[in-house]
Write a protein of this length. Structure first.
Length: 258
């Protein structure tokens, strides 16, 4: 059984095209009736729109096998008085989902992906948090890769704000236990007895996906087709028990190993 990441694992961070072996791997799972969930930290596009994009570039799987943080956000955060920060596309998606922005006295500060947060935005976030707003991240990604550059991910921004204000944060998407538990519940629609110990998770983000999965008992596969150019960039810095069980260059290499 598998949990499979999308950005940097199935599709390229550079141009969103399929990575070598990724479509073939999903087809193999379908052909062998192997249970799986596609789990992504997509927050820019509406969930169904992003699912349809994946369909249109050749990934054949049912929407019931897809999960992203936007599908869980309404369970986690009231739509009133939110100070949201992220890309313009992310902010537009939130508005389409009925979230009401408040940059005067918000109840919550919500962080999404953006490569160019401005100092004044950080100053505003800090003021809101010190005035009693809660802090939430759409996910806890370590690095955000775009245009051959790597930027601090949402997880890094959350830790910055927590250090600056001592306000603890919560996370909607990966690697939160709540997100993985929701993915497990959906997987149990395929196999009722499924547990975390039965699952192998494949991702390009060790700190933002795999470490949390390891702590829940999942097996882990790290692919270097996304955020990191090699395992040496990140794996040696991890505590021994959090290091991925296997490392492959891409999904094609995993497929050839089976």
């Amino acid at each position: 059984m598998y949990f499979i990441d999308v950005q940097g694992t199935l599709i390229s961070d550079k141009d969103k095209s399929p990575i070598a072996g990724s479509r073939e791997f999903i087809k193999m799972l379908n052909d062998t009736n192997t249970p799986y969930m596609i789990i992504t930290n997509n927050t820019k596009k509406d969930s169904y729109d992003f699912y349809m994009y994946l369909q249109n570039i050749g990934f054949e799987f049912a929407f019931e096998k897809y999960l992203d943080p936007l599908l869980l956000l309404e369970k986690k955060l009231s739509k009133d008085a939110v100070a949201a920060y992220g890309s313009e596309e992310f902010l537009q998606t939130l508005q389409q989902k009925g979230y009401h922005f408040n940059y005067t006295d918000p109840k919550a500060v919500l962080i999404g992906t953006k490569e160019d947060f401005f100092p004044d935005e950080y100053a505003q976030m800090i003021e809101f948090l010190l005035s009693g707003a809660s802090l939430m991240g759409m996910h806890e990604t370590s690095i955000y890769a775009k245009n051959d550059k790597r930027y601090p991910g949402v997880g890094a921004v959350l830790k910055l704000l927590e250090f600056a204000t001592s306000v603890k944060y919560s996370v909607v998407g990966k690697p939160s236990e709540a997100f993985y538990t929701e993915a497990l519940l959906l997987l149990q629609n395929q196999v009722k007895s499924a547990s975390f110990e039965d699952i192998t998770i494949i991702s390009d983000d060790v700190k933002g996906d795999l470490c949390g999965a390891t702590e829940l008992g999942m097996q882990t596969i790290f692919v270097t087709s996304g955020k990191y150019k090699s395992a040496e960039e990140i794996v040696p810095s991890l505590e021994a028990h959090l290091r991925p069980a296997h490392v492959f260059s891409n999904m094609q290499a995993i497929l050839e190993s089976l």
